[in-house]
Ligand binder design. Sequence first.
Ligand code: AMP
Length: 366
Amino acid sequence: MSAPPSSWKGGPLPPGSTIGILGGGQLGRMLAQAASKLGFDAVVLERDADSPAGRVAVRCLVGAYDDPAALAALAEASAIVTYEFENVPAATVDHLIGLGAEVAPGPRALAVAQDRVEEKTFLNAHGAPTVAFAAAATSDEAVDAATRIGTPCLMKTRREGYDGKGQRWVEHPADAAAAFTALGGVPVIVEAACDFTRELSVIAARGRDGATAVYPLAENHHEHGVLRRSIAPARVTPALADQAERIAARILSGLDYVGVIGVELFELADGRLLVNEIAPRVHNSGHWTQDGCEVDQFEQHIRAVAGWPLGPTRAIAQVEMLNLLGEEADAWLKYAAEPETRIHLYGKREAKPGRKMGHINRVKPL
Ligand code: AMP
């Protein structure tokens, strides 16, 4: 056990208290469900009056993240505020803290996760290795960065990229200027191409007492930058699991973190792990824990932010998690007829192509 986070203010939050959630999507929904299971009330702040999380929370405050009245109502209602989304503006969290709200995970985790250069700089400084990278803010700097990093390389916007959006491969330094323009002329990171053998992720948690808990690794498969499928627990050697656990522990203590974090990893042919990115929240590649672990990532996050003891993370089943994108969720009746399939639907009204509508966990005995 490491030292308690500096935000530690006292004892565990009793059931009956209210937990505020910034964001009304599926992660907010499953957090609200977990909060409710532990006897808490969840209040959601979301711009859309009819959101997946808003419909299961006891109350939905409809407003933007920069709406002072909505933030005041959230701070007033909530013993603790958490979030489902790492691009919550720093000003929103500062405003909530200024109103006396307790926000977990804290602003440092958000600041690090919102900027890919800050993130990789933080990771390398804390013994969590990444690919080589360079920052660029102009077209000339982008060409220079691609020359230094070597091609092919991957150019990504420093901020606000997700699910593979805001990224361009650069095959030759001379193409870097065009890629920079195509990404909108905003500050970018240029990353060395990683020749990984697998994409893995580790979900971990840190409590208010400094205790940490790490889930077994998941092996992840993406399509068009979006997670399609996770297999967990992934088949890994004990040495690889140890390496992932050490990386997660360094990140959690380096961020003085409270809550669940998702750490996306590249496995290299020589057995080393590099961190691709971190998500200071519950993570899509951790959905398998709902049906595969003793305590799932959503309950774990609520336990952590509420100052409760963390729950056990041991796997109790082998799981294949499949995201249901767009109209795939229409096959709910087929999935309902499969005895090994556990269905999680998000209650979204409209099945746009590629939209995450739900997921299924196919479970097998370990
Ligand atoms: P990201 O938005 O950073 O998670 O990237 C989305 C996907 O792009 C990752 O899951 C990888 O499949 C791929 N990717 C990201 N960064 C790199 C890299 N430096 N080298 C090779 N592939 C990458």
